[in-house]
Structure formats: C-alpha cells, structure tokens
Design a protein around this ligand. Structure first.
Ligand code: NDP
Length: 253
C-alpha cells in the first residue's frame, strides 16, 4: 500500500495491540508509538513486552503500558479485568489491534487433533471476541475509534491442509463484518487486515523451506496498519484489507 501518513498521525491516540511482543504486533506497537500514540502492549511473554516497552522509553516516545495475559487460558473475567485496568490508566481507547495468533497444526481436517482445534479457536477467535466485548465501552468513548482484526488469505478461501487456522480466520472475518454492521452508526469502525506472507516466526513455521529473505518484513507492511488506526480511514468500516495487495497467497509466494 502506498500511504504516506503525517508524522503525528496518531498523536495522543491510545491503542492496544495484542501479541505485541514479537513479529507483526511488535512492529505495529513500535510504529504506533513513533507516530505519537500511547500504546498498551498485551501478550503472553512478559520479558518480550518489557523489551518493547523499554525500546519505546529509550526513543523518548509516550510511555507504553504492559498487560501480560495468556490468551490461551484467558476467561471472560480476565478480559473484564483487562478493561478495568485500562480504564484506570486512560479515559478511552482509540484503537485495538487484534494481532495475537496461533497457527496450530497444518494438517488435513481428518487429522486435526481436537485439543489443537480448541487452542487455535481460543486464541484466534474466542479471546478476540471476549476482549472485544470487554473493550467496546472504552472504544465507544473515543470520538473516533478503530477496531482491527487480523485475518489471512486462508480466511477468505479455504485451502487444503490449513484446517483449524483457516476456519478461525473465516470466523474472524465474520466477527468483523457483524461488528461493523452493528456499529455503523457510531464513531467506531471495524476492519480486517490480511498481512500477506511476512517474515516472522509464525510464517517460518508454516513454510520452513522458503527463503525468508524474499518476504516483506513487518516494517514493510506498516502503511496499512497506520492507515487503519488514523483518521484517514475514518469512514471505512466492514472491509477486509490486504497489506500486500496483488500478492498471490500460498507456498510459492
Ligand atoms: P508471530 O508468531 O511472530 O507473533 C504472534 C504474536 O502473538 C506473538 O507476540 C505471540 O506471543 C502472540 N501470541 C501467540 N499466542 C498467544 C497467547 N496465547 N496469548 C497472548 N499472545 C499470544 O506471528 P505473526 O507476527 O506472523 O502473526 C501476527 C498475526 O498475523 C497473526 O494473527 C497471524 O495469524 C497473522 N498472519 C501472519 C502472516 C505472516 O505471514 N506472518 C500471514 C497472515 C496472517 P509470544 O511472543 O509470547 O510468542
């Protein structure tokens, strides 16, 4: 995406990023902070989150907050507690990026282990749903807020062997569409991003044989992540965007 945001695009915006300790989420959190946002870093590995927080401090940006939560075991009560904690720090939320994700096993449907199915659904769908329910009141207090889910090309067209992960991303697209319709008369917009093949550890475990140097880095795909959090996307809702438009999905990418 060719998008050149103003350097203060997200000045004083308050944005929560899940899975902010690594990969795309880490880059998104650092980028949002660089464009002026106060970021709330949520993830399961505290040491990684603290490193991102320190990097933001070292750059002299608005101080970031850290919330350690393993979404695999997160309950509705945990999500309510997250919202309560955030409400003690800030008056509202201007953005939430649901980025944390679990790949699960890449196997044909007949071989999917039930536990793996439950785990992937829990992290990719249930946790995003529960967190959204808890955070909606804070998002609706903003004069212009953005809720962004992370999808995948296999969440739009089923592909052999992608089992649970693909189904979880179809569910993500569905949740985004329902929410976008429910909140279309409000200041909250709801969209999806499909990052496209990106150089992260999740990608490496899905495609261990590919040359990762040929992939875009998380930093390369940030224009869309910025666009959807800033006011330039204010009237856009219910859309599933590609961070790398025109890129062919799949192994031979
Ligand atoms: P990574 O595996 O590099 O990062 C995933 C992040 O999610 C990590 O910070 C990880 O935490 C966090 N996470 C995983 N499980 C949990 C959990 N149980 N609780 C809390 N946090 C958790 O993945 P990517 O950056 O590649 O992926 C980010 C998103 O983009 C995902 O939703 C993925 O499905 C999607 N995507 C990625 C593509 C790619 O090519 N990379 C392509 C299409 C979609 P920790 O650091 O502790 O492991």
């Amino acid at each position: 995406m060719h998008y050149h945001p103003k350097s203060d695009l997200l000045r004083q915006r308050i944005i929560l990023v899940t899975g902010a300790g690594d990969g795309i989420g880490r880059e998104a959190a650092l980028t949002y902070a660089r464009f002026g946002a106060k970021v709330i870093l949520l993830g399961r590995t505290e040491s990684k989150l603290l490193k991102v927080q320190q990097e933001i401090t070292d750059r002299g940006l608005l101080p970031a907050e850290v919330i350690t939560l393993d979404l695999l075991h997160a309950s509705q009560q945990d999500c309510h507690q997250v919202a309560e904690r955030i409400a003690q720090w800030v008056p509202h939320l201007d953005g939430v990026l649901h980025n944390a994700g679990l790949l699960g096993e890449i196997v044909p449907v007949k071989n999917i282990q039930l536990q793996d199915w439950h785990d992937v659904m829990q992290v990719n769908v249930n946790a995003a749903f529960m967190l959204t329910q808890s955070l909606l009141p804070l998002l609706l207090k903003s004069h212009s807020s953005s809720l962004v889910f992370t999808t995948s090309s296999v969440g739009r067209e089923g592909r052999s062997g992608w089992g649970t992960y693909a189904v979880s991303k179809f569910a993500t697209e569905g949740l985004m569409q329902v929410l976008a319709d429910e909140y279309k008369q409000t200041n909250l917009r709801v969209n999806c991003i499909n990052p496209g093949g990106t150089r992260t550890s999740m990608r490496a475990s899905a495609f261990p044989k590919e040359d990762s140097q040929k992939l875009k880095t998380p930093a390369d795909i940030m224009p869309l992540y910025l666009y959807l959090m800033g006011d330039d996307s204010r009237r856009k809702t219910g859309i599933s965007y590609d961070a790398q438009p025109g890129r062919k999905p799949g192994a031979a990418e």
